[in-house]
Design a protein around this ligand. Sequence first.
Ligand code: 6PG
Length: 267
Amino acid sequence: MPTRLLNKPTAQIRIYRDAQELALKAARRFARLADQYVLGCGRFTVALSGGSTPRALFSLLAAEPFLETVPWSSIYFFWGDERCVPPDDPESNYRMTNETLLSKAPVPRANIFRIPAEKDPHTAAEEYSMTLRQFFITGPGAVRSATAPLASLPRFDLVMLGMGPDGHTASLFPGTEGLQVSDRIAVANYVEKFKAYRITLTAATINNARNVTFLVAGEDKAATLKEVIEGASQPERYPSQLIRPSNGALLWLVDEAAARLLTAETR
Ligand code: 6PG
């Protein structure tokens, strides 16, 4: 049965000419959401994705007009996933973000909560979960509201995600144990093809966010994007299909090359 991932009024797809236009639209959306949440509740909490696609977005945010206008001091940065490497490793998502954005924008270091992925994977996942629990649920900064659907999970204002050609998102890879976990905030997920663990938010935590935005660019993702959005429901094979916010907005920002196989109905 087709997933029709977009048949909810809160799920949309926007298609842009190329990766540059995609990055610019994503930067404007980030800035708009930051203003909206900082104005509305005094802070904006965002979990970033890694990989290569967000680089262009981060570089734009680290330049004018965004550098001047974004309320950096009220934004709290987290990550959706991390490779099990030290923060100065070329593979580190934290390092990539720090080099392209956080070292250039006036973000207080106290607002940056990286995944301690240099530690034992299970320790890193537990420590990161504790950090999120304290920030969002038990700590002084926790926003308590009767409407928050699941008090046991953090509720990010924005979770940014990418998608791999294999349909993975964050570090929720096809056929991995982490796909099944719904009672934890983050896990150490063993990925056979890398013969390594990754630290990742669970789908349950991602789906508890107010906004989830995918950034997907490039020809090599076209066939998978079609399967994920229009194909049969196979989340074990295409983990990006697990992402369906329970009480939030889902937005796919993609470029023409990645969207080329989508039907007119979806577009
Ligand atoms: C990571 C990511 C991962 C990424 C996809 C897409 O740590 O690699 O968080 O989920 O978003 O692999 O990566 P690209 O943007 O490089 O295609």
